[in-house]
Design a protein around this ligand. Structure first.
Ligand code: PLP
Length: 395
């Protein structure tokens, strides 16, 4: 008998991290690998935020904090929701965790009973299904089409909801596609959700600040009659280039927020005191660099999308947000090319051309791959040349 629990056997390690570690190995062996696999901004954390952390250490903010976050951070989050999303929450409707990922983990652990279904539009962020499986729930994957910009449609949502549906996950802008839902599209989904009063909504807004072309971000809790069953998750990782600080947060119904704190009290106790002080500065301090950085992401997105669409066999949408694109490589798969799946494509691309990307099937949709363009233009130029040469050799 294995020491490993049955619940652990239900899940797999993060496939994005698998690619990253393969690329790291090749690099260690002296190969010039360009990594387009990582899901984090390449920018550094702004100095004012770093200073706030240093001040916190000097001040002696180095003790346990309240389980669900320091009052100062919860107040900053409360202000953020009001300022940016026109959403008002009491402090006991807000919780802070060690990254958005832990907030999600706590939320699903605290609310899912065996057999409960969670609707996950695919392509999805790789952690959703596995967290739900670990919690004993059933991921109900709904495949979204490229012609719908990989977004969930009201029709597909309606068909997927059953008596067992506990949660529906909405992630906009999306990892891995970069697609973002307009206000109109959220309203259309809401019409379905308003009819199903027992269904809760998890809105993952982590890429809220990384949008382009004057996109107007809209989040589903802004639909008045859905706010009382929506948990809105967000965090400082992507907006403020703070992935290593591990601070995420959520706002929503008191009962869920309290349940999340109960899990946290018996696991990590609280997020790091120093990182919380830094997050206060992130949310309350200057927001100027957000636009500058988004502009530089936009320049890279345009370059990557244009380059990909110039490659034989590849086609790519131009998404509104995040720092990913999700190109279609179906024309390069099949008997003729000896590449059967997107995983074969990605593995050969890494082996032959030393560019690391992640296969679409890891995100629940075959025939695609994910590129993260959160790296320098110089790297992107080299990578696009290599992908073009690679594709030219197989077609
Ligand atoms: C990065 C990411 C998160 C959470 O990141 P944390 O660093 O844990 O806050 C959540 N959802 C998506 C879709 C992400 O890409």
């Amino acid at each position: 008998m294995s020491i490993v629990s049955n619940s652990l056997k239900r899940i797999k390690p993060s496939p994005t991290m698998a690619v990253t570690s393969k690329a790291r190995e090749m690099r260690a062996a002296g190969k010039d690998v360009i990594g387009l696999g990582a899901g984090e901004p390449d920018f550094d954390t702004p100095d004012n935020i770093k200073e706030a952390a240093i001040e916190a250490i000097k001040r002696g903010d180095t003790k346990y904090t309240a389980v669900d976050g320091t009052p100062a951070l919860k107040k900053a989050i409360q202000k953020k929701f009001l300022r940016e999303n026109n959403l008002s929450y009491e402090l006991d409707q807000i919780t802070v965790g060690t990254g958005g990922k832990q907030v999600l983990y706590n939320a699903f652990m605290a609310t899912i009973n065996k057999g409960d279904e969670v609707i996950i539009p695919a392509p999805y962020w790789v952690s959703y299904p596995d967290i739900i499986l670990l919690a004993g729930g059933k991921p109900k994957i709904v495949k979204c089409d490229e012609k719908d910009q990989f977004k969930l449609t009201p029709k597909k949502l309606s068909k997927a909801i059953s008596k067992k549906t506990k949660w529906v996950i909405i992630n906009s802008p999306s990892n891995p596609t970069g697609s973002a839902y307009t206000k109109k599209e959220i309203e259309a989904l809401s019409k379905i959700l308003l009819k199903h009063k027992k269904v809760f909504i998890l809105s993952d807004d982590i890429y809220e600040h990384i949008t382009y072309d004057n996109f107007n971000f809209f989040t589903i809790a802004q639909i008045k009659d859905l706010k009382n069953r929506t948990l809105t998750m967000n965090g400082v990782s992507k907006s403020y280039s703070m992935t290593g600080w591990r601070i995420g947060y959520a706002a929503g119904p008191k009962e869920i927020i309290k349940a999340i704190a109960k899990i946290q009290s018996q696991s990590t106790s609280n997020p790091t005191s120093i990182s919380q002080a830094a997050a206060v500065e992130a949310l309350n301090g200057t927001q100027n660099f957000i636009e500058t950085r988004a502009n530089s992401f936009k320049e890279r997105r345009n370059f990557v999308v244009d380059s990909l669409n110039n490659i034989n066999g590849i086609s790519c949408l131009r998404p509104q947000g995040a720092f990913y694109v999700f190109p279609n490589c179906k024309k390069l798969l099949g008997k003729k090319t000896k590449l059967k799946t997107d995983k074969d494509f990605v593995e050969k691309l890494l082996e032959k051309s030393e560019v690391a990307v992640v296969q679409g099937s890891a995100f629940g949709l075959d025939g695609y791959f994910r590129i993260s363009y959160a790296t320098s233009m110089e790297n992107l130029k080299k990578a696009m040349d290599r992908i073009k040469s690679f594709c030219d050799t197989i077609i």
